[in-house]
Write a protein that binds this ligand. Structure first.
Ligand code: GN1
Ligand code: MG
Length: 375
């Protein structure tokens, strides 16, 4: 049971020149537990972000935190050189009194402390296309800033994270095992996935053939992993760096569209509300190409509509797999939550398929307008 005493004890392990003042829980994300912890530093109340890392998902806290601290130090240095504000434009890791990047409690849980970026919000939906254009700029910029980061220094913290062929195989294994006897109730969803088996192999094959290059990517580019400034409504910082690993730029692009260009929430129960918003697709594509377009290969642009579909399909498969496994991975708020999430994802896949040619045309035109290139 996590209560004030626990949080206080943990907060006091970190090298902060002040005393614990108060804490509050933030309900966000499906994976870690997040708290705002306030310290009294010479009479001033200063907030920090405390997180308990989900040890089922991230088995190796040393490697995870090594990735995050090297990437954030790299970003911090670049932001300083570029004249930005390093305290607001990147997370940074506050060490413990013993000089570690995280604190391991008596039960073996790992806790980390970050700077807290205030006057900011992480949106769960898009207000207008300018905002999604900015989101595209922000993720494209993140890709660009890390373009010369030595990728071989990063651990693959969750192996095969976006390996869609593997995700498909995992789904089949869970259907076979049927641990919770739920497979019969989701035959339509299983059939939907089986009918799209070939899609799961497309990008994996292109990596093997050397067509698509591995880059340092974020791998979880949900809109709510961007902090926007409350006053200017401009993106200031990319957060949730747990899955920063070698990956494809298309994973980041596709996952952004999956979440941000859906006309409905990820867990909307009425799937008739789910559809791809082409205006938003165009806005994000233009933002992303503006900051990252010149450093991308033409193939990485050509597959943007496909990746939007594939990342949505992957996420749907993951929710379905977890539903079949008995909801062991994603946090759920009610019994069928993962199934509801799976259905929205599959509905979005179907809608992207309907609008595929239009998305391709939008991408082609944006690439030409912004980079003067074509595919
Ligand atoms: C998880 O924790 P959160 O909500 O940012 C998941 C992503 C999924 C997402 C679906 C480490 O992200 O891969 O796309 O849920 N993160 C991990 O909402 O599995
Ligand atoms: Mg997140």
């Amino acid at each position: 049971m996590i209560n004030e005493t626990t949080i206080r004890e943990i907060a006091e392990k970190f090298l902060i020149a002040g005393t614990f003042h108060s804490y509050s829980l933030i309900q966000t994300g499906h994976i870690n537990n997040t708290y705002i912890v306030e310290y009294n530093i010479s009479g001033k109340i200063v907030p920090y972000l405390l997180q308990r890392i989900n040890r089922e998902v991230f088995k190796n806290a040393d490697q995870l935190m090594a990735n995050i601290s090297s990437v954030t130090s790299f970003l911090r240095d670049k932001i300083i050189v570029q004249g930005g504000d390093p305290d607001r434009e990147t997370l940074f890791v506050k060490p413990t009194y013993t000089g570690e990047t995280y604190y391991k409690d008596a039960s073996g849980d790992a806790w980390r402390l970050y700077n807290y970026i205030d006057n900011a919000y992480s949106p769960n939906s898009i207000e207008n296309s300018d905002m999604f254009f900015s989101a595209g700029l922000a993720f494209g910029n993140f890709q660009n800033m890390l373009a010369d980061f030595p990728a071989d220094k990063l651990y693959e913290t969750i192996p095969n994270f976006h390996n869609t062929a593997k995700r498909y195989a995992n789904l089949c294994a869970s259907v076979e095992l049927d641990a919770k006897k739920r497979a019969d109730s989701v035959r339509d969803e299983i059939a939907f996935a089986v009918n799209r088996k070939d899609d799961a192999f497309v990008l994996v094959d292109l990596i093997e053939k050397g067509v698509l290059p591995l880059r340092v990517t974020h791998n979880d580019t949900k809109l709510n992993n961007i902090l926007f400034d409350k006053e200017s409504n401009k993106p200031i910082c990319i957060v949730d760096l747990d899955t920063v690993m070698p990956g494809l730029s298309l994973y980041d692009f596709g996952d952004s569209i999956r979440f941000g260009a859906n006309n409905a929430a990820e867990d909307e129960k009425d799937v008739s509300k789910v559809s791809v918003n082409l205006e938003l697709y165009e806005a994000f594509t233009r933002g992303y190409l503006t900051s990252a377009g010149d450093s991308l290969k033409a193939e990485e642009v050509a597959y943007m509509p496909f990746a939007s579909k594939l990342m949505t399909f992957e996420c749907g498969m993951r929710f379905l797999t977890d539903y079949l496994d008995g909801d062991v991975y994603f946090g759920i708020k009610y019994e069928d939550h993962n199934l509801v999430r799976c259905r929205t994802q599959f509905a979005l896949v179907a809608d992207i398929e309907k609008h595929y040619d239009a998305m391709l045309e939008i991408t082609r035109k944006a690439y030409f307008d912004i980079c003067g290139k074509t595919f």
